[in-house]
Design a protein around this ligand. Structure first.
Ligand code: PGA
Length: 261
């Protein structure tokens, strides 16, 4: 894992966008894995900016989102489908037929999940997967005790995650109990994983992921087995890491050919 500690969320998102942009320049028909939540919002804004300045082009890009709420129509304002269009897809030139999100209304969820896995495979696999992390160490919606070999499937959210995500729902509306999420095993097959995390609420999860034992109690710790994971954190999210001076030293002394900027 490469751990990059920067001062602010804005710097982290700027660097994250640079890494995604480099991927798209190197391979214009890249398959991107995309995340939702508050974490990637500034990253998407940066990418929209680069697209507006004609520095990157999404016309050949394919996307697969990590997860979606079961029971919400794509048009529901709190669905991740709506989030993606509002915050990213409406502002870039990605072709709608190359956009994939799990369907929260799929009548046969197990079959839908199999098809989702098949579509990822048919697209050639995910080149770069954007990730956030839950305060409980989840990636996608793979809550603690998720199998580290899991594939796309239905999961039940923890109380904490439902509580964390409640601000995205109307006051009189319940956060769904169930979701469809790519599995940990699905995520681990991405060629590059790019995780962003900000704020003290993520500090313990980041420490457990990077420096703790690999355990299904912290699904993100499975990324220790991944050959190319980049983790960009601000100072507060890095605050519980015991080796943060070493990670800073490594990043500050990267050989020129390995540098992102
Ligand atoms: P957040 O969620 O970006 O809203 O903090 C991250 C996650 O739950 O994976």
């Amino acid at each position: 894992m490469e751990i990059i500690i920067v001062d602010t969320e804005a710097q982290a998102s700027h660097l994250g966008a640079k890494i995604v942009a480099q991927q798209l320049m190197k391979k214009p028909d890249s398959v991107l894995g995309l995340a939702t939540g508050s974490t990637p919002l500034a990253l998407y804004n940066q990418l929209i900016g680069l697209y507006t300045q004609k520095q990157i082009d999404f016309s050949r890009t394919t996307s697969f989102n990590l997860d979606e709420y079961v029971g919400l129509a794509p048009s529901h304002p709190s669905s991740y489908n709506s989030y993606m269009w509002k915050n990213f897809f409406n502002h870039i030139n990605i072709r709608p037929h190359r956009i994939h999100l799990p369907d929260g209304l799929a009548p046969d969820i197990a079959e839908h999940c199999r098809q989702y896995e098949g579509a990822i495979k048919a697209a050639g696999g995910i080149d770069l997967q954007v990730l956030g992390i839950g305060a409980d160490g989840h990636i996608g919606f793979n809550e603690p005790t998720s199998s580290l070999a899991s594939r796309t499937r239905i999961k039940t959210l923890t109380l904490q995650t439902r509580h964390d995500n409640a601000p995205n729902f109307d006051l009189n509306e319940q956060v769904p109990h169930h979701v469809i999420t790519m599995g940990v095993g699905t995520i681990l097959e991405s060629r590059i994983c790019l995780m962003l995390a900000f704020g003290t609420s993520k500090a313990q999860a980041i420490r457990d992921m990077v420096e703790g034992p690999i355990s299904s109690s912290v699904p993100a710790s499975a990324l220790q087995m991944h050959p190319h994971t980049i983790v960009i954190v601000d100072e507060t999210a890095a605050s519980a890491l015991s080796r943060r001076d070493y990670y800073r030293w490594v990043y500050d002394n990267k050989p020129k050919w390995q540098q992102y900027e």
